[in-house]
Design a binder for this molecule. Sequence first.
Ligand SMILES: [Zn+2]
Length: 145
Amino acid sequence: MSELPVADKFAAFEELIPPLTDLNTPYREALSRGELILQQCQTCTSHQYPFESFCYECGSTELENKISLGQGFVYSFVKVHQPYHSAFKPFIPYTVATIQLDDGPRLLSAMLELTTEVKIDDRVKPRIERITASESMLMYELERS
Ligand SMILES: [Zn+2]
């Protein structure tokens, strides 16, 4: 994928980036390339997120990283009106949603700068924004926007 430009409006998110670990480094490197990856169990084929050293479903340690389209739907959401961290202040109000991925896992994601209201079951797609020279952040946006 092409190099993502750094957007100043997301620079304040840098201090929210967790430390790199052996488990999250492949995920973070993929995001930096503009790709979302999930772990896929080579024993039972289930996908999982967040990354772990074993399969949540069967306990196997035979896991591989697979590129995901990241599409899914809104399983649940809240609309946030308070800036719990200064990085979010320019985006108030914003949505935090539980996304049910078509690949199986659910993940929690911010949905910033939406132009229409979110509803349960709305189809969503990933929005990957670069926040530093080497780090990007996964957010979600509505497919219909
Ligand atoms: Zn498994």
